[in-house]
Design a protein around this ligand. Structure first.
Ligand SMILES: C[S@@+](CC[C@H](N)C(=O)[O-])C[C@H]1O[C@@H](n2cnc3c(N)ncnc32)[C@H](O)[C@@H]1O
Length: 294
């Protein structure tokens, strides 16, 4: 395969990407050309909300083509367009054949949650100091332990007194990593739910692989009250879910929310104020963990 690389200013990214699509690109990806420099721009978006911007001030657009001829033809066609003014062709390059499976695997090393608790892909041996381990490979559902929001939830789970978790609900379970973590740290009668069927399936398989008991299902499987309710989703859905999640927490139980950026703390506090007194209890890389006792 061959990739065509070009630079585009922010206001041209969408037009150029659409044109590349129409020119039979197999995929089009956009990166911040200033990544890893002082000029790097963070763009945070949420599902269901319009993207904060089309692209970065200086975006690098990379389109993949089946053949070199197709890539070069696409470059010529783009170059002749009015909207290409201000854009710059960087070139066409051969994409070397690689062992993609091995390459992907090499990006997932064991993840430390606490010195004794680790998330370990199946192609790695657990570190010697690990006393508790979740075996998990990256798959279709979110949750491998590499994201700070997942890590903060797991750290919260791992630092409870044994048996303190009680009955557990993992709302928005993804890979099931939090529910599995809860099971490893004494959680009981665990429900893990997600709106995505693939996540439900993935949770079932991961629970089986880790030999823990839990029920995975769609959100209507939620039943009764839970001593611990965990939800690592994102600020906007978490605000909508406030009454539903709080209603599920048993008296004296804990609510644990993640997927929230530091700047969103006040809006979350406000949305939950009628039901719970949310506090920031951990933070990592601009993300925060918010918890409440009900
Ligand atoms: C960021 S992932 C978290 C996965 C995992 N719990 C973790 O901590 O890594 C969020 C998950 O919530 C699910 N989700 C999003 N909105 C939801 C909703 N309204 N109800 C239930 N699940 C939802 C998504 O499908 C996704 O699997």
């Amino acid at each position: 395969m061959f990739e065509l690389r070009l630079m585009a200013p922010e206001d041209r990214v969408e037009t150029v990407s659409d044109a590349l699509d129409a020119l039979d690109a197999l995929s089009v990806s956009v990166e911040d050309a200033d990544a890893q420099t002082d000029a790097e721009q963070a763009l945070f978006g949420e599902p269901g909300m319009p993207p904060p911007k089309e692209g970065w001030q200086r975006s690098r657009v990379i389109a993949l083509f089946q053949t070199e001829v197709l890539a070069r033809e696409a470059a010529q066609v783009l170059h002749a367009q009015d909207f290409f003014d201000g854009c710059q062709l960087l070139g066409v390059a051969d994409v070397p054949e690689q062992d993609w499976v091995r390459l992907t695997q090499s990006q997932f090393a064991p993840v430390e949650i606490t010195p004794e608790f680790w998330i370990v892909p199946t192609w790695h041996e657990p570190p010697a100091q690990a006393r508790e381990v979740i075996r998990l490979d990256p798959g279709l559902a979110f949750g491998t332990g590499t994201h700070p929001t997942t890590r903060m939830c797991l750290r919260w789970i791992a630092t409870r007194q044994r048996a303190a978790l009680g009955r557990v609900l993992d709302y928005g379970c993804g890979s099931g990593i939090l529910a599995i973590g809860a099971a490893k740290f004494g959680g009981l009668d665990i429900d893990a739910v997600d709106i995505d069927e693939a996540a439900v399936q993935s949770t079932r398989l991961n629970a089986e692989a880790n030999r823990v008991q839990l029920r995975a299902g769609l959100p209507d499987a939620v039943q009764g009250h839970y001593d611990t309710v965990l939800a690592n989703i994102l600020a906007t859905p978490l605000k909508v879910l406030a009454p539903l999640l709080c209603e599920r927490v048993a008296a004296g139980g804990s609510l644990v929310l993640a997927g929230i950026l530091e700047r969103q703390a006040d809006e979350l506090k406000l949305a939950y104020a009628p039901y719970a007194n949310l506090e920031v209890s951990d933070s990592e890389d601009g993300w925060i963990l918010m918890t409440a006792r009900l």
